[in-house]
Design a protein around this ligand. Structure first.
Ligand SMILES: [Fe+2]
Length: 651
């Protein structure tokens, strides 16, 4: 394939003219044995009904489907691609079989913005083409051939089954994965990263899968080199895993990640060189006594922060206490391990900080605080904090025909009234609320301070990654989370949080002696009243309205200015797939052949109900709700195509 320049696009466009039958089509791919399930009654699992139900078709042809564009697509997107991954089960389990939001093979959904089309130069309006592909991982191949072979997350987090039943289902899954030789449980359904010259589809329990852009074809498993040695498969399928949230340092070009493992020492920390190929540091992280699930972490220019939130795999202990194989132990404090960037387990100690037990999926910005001599005296981190592993994610299966589904809030929790966050009264906040919070770890006193930044529950915190790790970063854009009992995790809008406004208020209250510290244990809160006031004055929110639902909104910075002046932090756009749920009737998609999903593009400076998206890309397909997205720049697409051409990889 050539570089996706104007010539490339024109060539392909011509092709399509001569083969009109391939335009605007999608179908079940030839190598997928599983045929779409024609349901007449909706599946009762919240993550297998409505717009969580998977799609089985892929777009035909390597340049996707031309989409109608309403409005003007910004220049920063010309020649680039927006891609989002998510779980998309090949096989639909019975309602009495465990299933979880995190289960399902990965599928990538992309919108490619060609540089130009035939007969136009690069000043013409920008077009948009949609394409979607399964991540053809090892577990995908096996599920396609033999049926589900993976141990369901729903089974391991199930809190309503007898041990015998769980062990029976677990034994069948493990046996099947051994018989069918599943060597990688990484299915790429969680996150995306462009490292060096490649796009990687990530899943925290397995090996990254290399994907091609813009075609979204699968290239294969990817292993970082170590000391010139190529690496490969290990006996246990998660021994070469990577977090789904590696961190790219825009100053050094390094990529930092960690992985949790099934065997001791249970957690590893790695740094990848700027070439995106070589592991320059790989060290075990001391302090873990059993497999511990960790989804995200944080880095500053100097330190990395490992989040041990006590989500552990300890089947015997957990089952005897809480009836699950994996369990979040809320009786233990949350632990934050701070290590230098180039951590050496023989030389350096992990500095462990503790707070009241909490759960966090995602961090946003993190930075160093320096004294006047330039020494780092504290480390800051922003993250979405909740009191527990939120129950609207944790729903599994019905015990029997017609019986209610397990998981979600308890009837007693549904009746309760909860307090507004901001007073540090965490025990009386909605335990399913995920509130943006600021953590400060003092390296001298070992004190931890926690401050709630917003009273509105949100997740998928997003920043301008060009400003990552800067102490003056001001804005976090998060997906407002609608917590509706019995439904899945989806967003009703975009929240723009001004973290500096909260910090300035805090400083002022500190001076005036009015800072609340309810628990006396580092709850450095400004009080719900003050927080609501700051929210009103400085935070912004746009609700999608109607019956629209969405997920993470991705920030894409503007192109550099012609006059050479630096861009402001929020000079850029937010991209989010939204789906109008009026296309669903009783949990089923009403007209499968006439589905529309829209990619809404907002000016990040203008978030608020008074502002509409600058552009809406109307995709004539259903894009199920999913997880994380990535913007692959025009330059990165060119790099990737050169790289694949060099290796003669057919994409
Ligand atoms: Fe994530």
């Amino acid at each position: 394939m050539a570089i996706p320049s104007k010539e490339y696009y024109n060539e392909n466009h011509k092709d399509k003219k001569s083969r009109p039958e391939t335009r605007g089509k999608s179908s079940v791919p030839a190598d997928v044995k599983v045929k779409p399930e024609k349901r007449t009654v909706a599946h009762r699992h919240p993550y297998l009904s409505g717009n969580f139900y998977p799609v089985f078709e892929e777009t035909v042809g390597e340049d996707g489907i031309e989409c109608e564009v309403v409005g003007v697509i910004p220049e920063s997107l010309r020649g680039s691609q927006y891609i989002r991954t998510g779980p998309n089960s090949l096989r639909i389990p019975e309602e009495t079989v465990a299933h979880h939001f995190f289960d399902g093979e990965g599928m990538l959904h992309g919108v490619y913005f060609p540089p130009s089309i035939e007969g136009e130069d690069e000043t013409g309006p920008i077009r948009a083409r949609y394409m979607n592909r399964y991540v053809r991982s090892d577990s995908f191949q096996k599920a396609n051939k033999y049926g589900n072979v993976m141990l369901s997350v729903g089974l391991m987090m199930n809190g309503g089954r007898s041990l015998i039943n769980i062990l029976k289902q677990a034994a069948v899954s493990i046996l099947r994965s051994v018989i069918f030789r599943v060597t990688n449980i990484g299915n790429g359904n969680t996150g995306l990263a462009f490292i060096g010259e490649r796009l990687l589809a990530l899943h925290e329990a397995g090996v990254p899968i290399e994907m091609a852009v813009p075609s979204l074809a699968t290239v294969g498993e990817f292993y970082f080199e170590k000391e010139g040695q190529k690496r490969g498969k290990k006996f246990l399928p998660n021994q070469e895993a990577s977090t789904a949230h590696p961190k790219y340092d825009p100053n050094t070009g390094e990529t930092v990640f960690f992985s949790w493992r099934l065997l001791a020492p249970f957690a590893y920390y790695s740094v990848i060189a700027a070439d995106g190929l070589r592991t320059i540091w790989e060290e075990p992280i001391p302090g873990f006594t059993r497999p511990t699930m960790m989804h995200d972490f944080a880095i500053t220019p100097t330190y990395s922060i490992i989040l041990n939130l006590n989500y552990t795999l300890d089947p015997i202990k957990h089952y005897s206490k809480v009836k699950t194989l994996i369990s979040f132990d809320e009786t233990k404090p949350a632990r934050f391990g701070i290590i230098p960037r180039h951590f050496n387990s023989k030389r350096d100690k992990v500095l462990w900080f503790e707070t009241r037990s909490c759960h966090m999926f995602h961090t946003a910005n993190s930075w160093d605080e320096k004294d006047k001599d330039g020494n780092v005296v504290a480390v800051y981190m922003t993250a979405s904090r909740s009191e527990r592993f939120v129950s609207y994610i944790n729903m599994w299966e019905a015990k029997g025909e017609g019986e209610p589904f397990g998981g979600g809030k308890t009837p007693e929790e549904l009746r309760r009234q909860y307090v507004i966050p901001g007073d540090g009264d965490y025990a009386n906040q909605d335990p399913d609320g995920t509130y943006l919070s600021l953590f400060r770890f003092d390296l001298k006193t070992m004190e931890t301070r926690v401050t709630t930044l917003s009273t509105i529950s949100s997740e998928f915190p997003m920043i301008n990654w060009d400003w990552f790790m800067r102490p003056d970063l001001r804005y976090i854009y998060a997906a407002k989370m609608d917590i509706v009992p019995g439904t899945g995790m989806k967003s009703g809008g975009i929240l723009k949080v001004d973290i500096r406004a909260v910090m300035e208020k805090q400083q002022q209250m500190l001076k005036d002696g009015g800072l609340k510290n309810l628990g006396g244990d580092g709850r450095w809160e400004i009080g719900s009243e003050s927080l609501l006031q700051v929210e009103k004055e400085s935070h912004r929110m746009h609700l999608f309205g109607g019956s629209y639902g969405g997920n993470e909104a991705l920030f894409v910075p503007n192109l550099p200015r012609a006059d050479g002046k630096a861009l402001e932090e929020d000079e850029g756009h937010l991209l989010v797939y939204v789906y109008d749920e009026s296309q669903i009737e009783n949990g089923l998609v009403a007209n499968p052949d006439r589905q529309v999903t829209e990619l809404w593009i907002f000016d990040a400076k203008k978030i608020g109900q008074e502002h509409q998206p600058l552009a809406k890309v109307k995709i004539p397909r259903r894009v199920p709700y999913g997880f994380h997205g990535l913007h692959v720049t025009r330059k990165q697409i060119e790099l990737n195509l050169h790289h694949l051409n060099r290796r003669s990889v057919p994409v």
